[in-house]
Design a protein around this ligand. Sequence first.
Ligand SMILES: Cc1cc2nc3c(=O)[nH]c(=O)nc-3n(C[C@H](O)[C@H](O)[C@H](O)COP(=O)(O)OP(=O)(O)OC[C@H]3O[C@@H](n4cnc5c(N)ncnc54)[C@H](O)[C@@H]3O)c2cc1C
Length: 488
Amino acid sequence: MADYDFDIGILGGGAAGLTVAAGAARFGARTLLIEKWKELGGDCLHFGCVPSKTLIRTARVYHMMKNAEKFGLPRVAPKPVDYREVAKRIEYVIGLIQKHDSKERFCGLGVKVEFGDGCFVDEHSVRVNGKTYSAKSWVISSGSSPSVPPIEGLDETPYITNREIFSLDSLPQSMITIGAGPIAIEMAQAFSRLGTKVILIERGDQILNKEDRDMADRIMNVLAGEGMSFYLDSTTLSTRDLGSLKEVVIRNGEGRVVSLKAEAILVATGRKPNIENFGLKAISVDCDRHGLKVDNRLRTNLKHIYGAGDVTGKYLFTHAAGYEGSVVLSNAILRLPKKTDYNHFPWCTFTDPELASIGMNEQAAKAAGIEYSVWTEEFRSNDRSLAEGEEVGKIKLLLDRKEKPLGVQILGPHAGELIGEWIAMMEGGTRLSTLASAVHPYPTLGEINKKVVGNFFSGKIFSEKVKKALKFFFSLKGRACESAAKED
Ligand SMILES: Cc1cc2nc3c(=O)[nH]c(=O)nc-3n(C[C@H](O)[C@H](O)[C@H](O)COP(=O)(O)OP(=O)(O)OC[C@H]3O[C@@H](n4cnc5c(N)ncnc54)[C@H](O)[C@@H]3O)c2cc1C
C-alpha cells in the first residue's frame, strides 16, 4: 500500500475546511491544512458573515437613534457616520473570532497548517511553498469569489465587492448596487441606514429571487420606505468613471435607457467557485462553471478527492459548508458512508426584518409540482412584536396533502432565531399537535410559531361538528351575546 505523508489534506481553511481539519485531527488522523490567505477563517470570517452582521448591527443602532421618537424618546440628531470607526469595530469583532480560528488552535488539535497557494501536482500530492505533500484523501474547500458580470466599461470603472466594502476609508454619499440577492440587499440596507443614498438595479422582477414574492416584496417596501430606490426588470448596459462619480447606464423595465450616477458601485451579482489555478484540470477532476462536481457523498470523480462548501456551488452558506465538512469526515475518516440531505436545510437573509426559511417555499413547491396548503400569522398580531415596535412580517407554514410541514418562512424580527424551533421540529419529525400544545412563555416572538399551527388546528377544533356534539352530550347553551355574532 502506498505510504502518504498525511491521512488527509485540505485545501482551503474556511468553514468547510476547518470543520474537516478539526474533526479529522481529533479522530487521530494525520491532517494537513493549506490556506492561501494570511489567516484561517475563510470568506465568512474576513469578507462575509462576520463583517456583514457586525455592519448590520451598527447600522441598526444608528437607525434606531434616528428613530428614537418612535419609542417615546427625545429626538436625536446623530452626527454623520465616520466609516473608519465602523470599519474599526468590524476589525475588532473579526479579531475576537479569529482567536477561535487561529493557526495556534489548530496546531493544538494536531493539524499541520501551511499558509500558501496549494496546487495539485498529482492525484495525491499538492505543492505549496516549494514543498510537496502527499495525502491519502484530499478535500477541496477553496470557497467562492464575487462573480463580476461582463458589463461594458466595468473593467475601467472602480467598483467594490464584498472584498472591499468592509474596509472603506469613508462612507460613500451614494451607491449603486448591481444585483438584488441576499448579499446585495443586506449591504444596501446597512449603507442606506448609515446615510448612503442607495439605488439598486436588478434584472429580475423581484428582489431576493429565490424567496416567495409576497415575502420579498414586503422587504422591498420596508427598504423603499427607508429611502432606497429600485430599478427592477432592468439591464445594466455600461459603466463609466466620471471621477468622483461613476455612471451606470441601464435599460429600465419600460425599455427606456437611464443614466444613473453615484459615488460608489457595489457589484453583488452572485458567486463563482474557486476552481482555477490549482491544478484541478491537470489531474482531471470534473468541474464546470457552477463548481466541483460531487456525488451525494461529496466525492469527486476521483473518489479519494472530496469537495465541500461554496466550491461545490450548491448551498452557499457557512452552515452548509460546516455540514458538508461533517459529511466528508464521516466518509473519508470514519469510513461510514454518509449522503448529504438538504431536505430540511435552513437559511436566513439578515435584513431588518429578517427572512428565515426551512424546507420548501411556495415557489419551490410549485416547481416540484407538489400540492400544498398555506397557513399564516402576522407579526402585528403578536403582542411582543408590537411592544418591540416591530409590525412588519408574517410566518408562512406550508403543509403537504398529508398535513405534514413542507417548509416554513418567517419574515420578522429575529426570524433567524425563530426558525430554530422549526429546524428541531422538522428534523425530529415532531407532530404539529405537539407544537400546538407546547406552552410558550408570554410575551415572546416565538409564540408566533405556536399560533400559526393553532390557526391550522382551530378550524378542526372549533368546528360546527364539535359544537353540535358538545351541545348534544353536555347541553351547552350556545352564544351569550348576539350583537357580537353580528360583528363577526
Ligand atoms: C457578504 C457576505 C455575507 C455572507 N453572510 C452569510 C451569512 O450570514 N450566513 C451564512 O451562512 N453565509 C453567509 N455568507 C456565505 C459564506 O461566507 C460562505 O458560504 C462560506 O464562507 C463558505 O465557506 P467555504 O469553507 O466553502 O469557503 P470560504 O470560507 O471562502 O473558504 C475558502 C478558503 O479557501 C482558500 N483557498 C482558495 N484557494 C486556495 C488554494 N489554492 N490553496 C489554499 N487555499 C485556498 C481561500 O483563501 C479561503 O480562505 C456570506 C457571504 C458573503 C460574501
